[in-house]
Write a new protein. Structure first.
Length: 298
């Protein structure tokens, strides 16, 4: 049978979405055989986009989605059908900018232990998924200086990475870290000293944010999943600005989760009026992740 017959085309004309045959029946309910982590910079805020984002999550069987540049104010939790969104934004009295959110599917919401809004750029959620404890960190890093910038922006960047380290220090040894977001960083492909962090696929460019991210990954035994899989360039780059492309949106996973990551790539055609692409990571053997046996029994 031709491969294209096993897939459904995204209604927006983009990359393929998953065929129903990849769902298994447990107790009469169709459930995906994989769980998916993903990240997307929605650019320009979330006003009028939440329902569209949730529909995309449903079509692509995404369980955990980090959204960046939401421009929402304050810290809030909202429910949208089977999805629950956690938002971390600027104070209510400030102009809408920055903003990060994490949206969970209903089966992931049941696993939430606690969450905390750190800043308009950082939000974490602690989950117990079956026998696995996950520490999800949603990230929206400041723009890299690229050799310039004011003293204020330099200070903001330094404070951001210091804040991230403070957050990660809260993780217990038995927790598996997953970082999702727009890191505004180029990590390159030079693996000297970062063999456990980087794969061999990606953009050769490196900047200050990228170096800071690599150091964090090295310190906490994390892997940049985007760089681990061989794809065409159009599925490696996560942002297209017309004249230039970049790879700055990442799924980063704990080394102990690495074997469960089946793939990571950019998906085009999600719409939402953004120049960023969805980056998604299927995580295999969901029955293990959710504390179930192959027969579906807990």
């Amino acid at each position: 049978m031709d491969n294209h017959k096993n897939n459904l085309i995204n209604q927006n004309g983009g990359d393929v979405v998953r065929h129903p045959s990849r769902l298994v029946s447990r107790g009469g309910e169709k459930r995906p055989t994989e769980s998916r982590f993903a990240t997307l910079n929605v650019r320009g805020g979330m006003d009028g986009k939440v329902d569209e984002v949730c529909q995309m999550m449903d079509e692509r069987c995404i369980d955990i989605l980090c959204v960046n540049e939401t421009k929402r104010k304050g810290c809030d939790t909202t429910v949208h059908g089977p999805y629950t969104a956690y938002w971390s934004g600027v104070p209510q009295t400030s102009r809408g900018c920055q903003g990060v959110g994490v949206i969970l599917s209903s089966r992931m919401v049941e696993c939430v232990i606690e969450h905390e809004c750190i800043s308009p750029r950082l939000l974490w959620i602690r989950l117990k998924v079956g026998l696995t404890r996950l520490f999800i960190l949603g990230v929206y890093a400041p723009t890299d200086l690229r050799g310039g910038g004011s003293l204020k922006t330099q200070q903001e960047r330094e404070e951001f990475w210091d804040s991230m380290r403070e957050v990660l220090n809260k993780c217990g040894e038995n927790e598996r870290i997953v970082m999702l977001g727009d890191f505004n960083g180029w990590v390159g492909v030079k693996r000297d000293g970062y063999e456990g962090v980087l794969g061999t696929f990606g953009d050769e460019r490196v900047n200050d944010n990228g170096r800071s991210l690599l150091e964090v990954c090295l310190e906490w035994n994390l892997c940049v999943a985007n760089t681990m899989f061989d794809h065409k360039k159009i599925h490696l780059y996560t942002r297209d600005e017309g004249e230039s492309r970049s790879m700055i949106d990442f799924v980063i996973v704990d080394e102990r989760l690495r074997k469960k990551v089946l793939d990571t790539r950019a998906y085009r055609g999600v719409g939402l009026d953004t120049d960023h692409f969805l980056v998604a990571t299927p995580s295999g053997r969901a029955y293990e992740c959710f504390g179930q046996s192959k027969s579906g029994k807990s």
